[in-house]
Design a protein around this ligand. Structure first.
Ligand code: FES
Length: 158
């Protein structure tokens, strides 16, 4: 196991092991330290909390906030919920994937952008919406998305 992962587990497990519902705060603590919850940490987490590996994995994959790998320098989230889909987010999603050369859950080879789905940004009246890092953008079309990516200061993808 990677030393950083082992250290993060050693620091976090004792704090949450005996806490009712301690799995979620433990996962958040690991992601805060490591930028993700590495798959190699799952057996140790399961053992410490007396859960099965499948249970731990199920929680990690259920909550979209948890990552298995650290994100890139920027995170682009495209809303896939109903209102945004009705206003063309599927086409936007396809454009983003082509533009960046990656699928959801992946990071560009240069490490600049991670692309993720999100399920409602609370901005349904101005669909389709995306979030780039901490900022939400409304009524985004392909050209606007390209401008946002260009605004990151570096050419991304192809
Ligand atoms: S459905 Fe996309 S912001 Fe609500």
């Amino acid at each position: 196991m990677d030393d950083r992962v082992a250290e993060a587990l050693a620091a976090s497990i004792p704090r949450y092991r005996d806490l009712p519902g301690g799995l979620l705060p433990l996962l958040h603590a690991l992601q805060a330290k490591l930028g993700c919850v590495p798959p190699e940490a799952v057996p140790a987490i399961a053992s410490a909390l007396q859960l099965s590996r499948a249970e731990v994995h199920g929680v990690i994959s259920f909550y979209h906030d948890f990552r298995s790998e650290p994100a890139g320098a920027h995170v682009l989230q495209i809303c896939r919920a109903e209102a945004c889909q009705a206003m063309g987010s599927r086409a936007l999603e396809a454009h983003a994937k082509t533009r960046l050369g990656i699928d959801f859950g992946e990071t560009t080879a240069d490490g600049r952008v991670t692309l993720e789905p999100v399920y409602c940004l609370g901005n349904c009246a101005c669909s389709p919406s995306v979030r780039l890092d901490e900022e939400i953008h409304a009524r985004v079309d392909a050209a606007r998305l390209d401008a946002l990516l260009a605004g990151l200061g570096e050419v991304v993808g192809g």
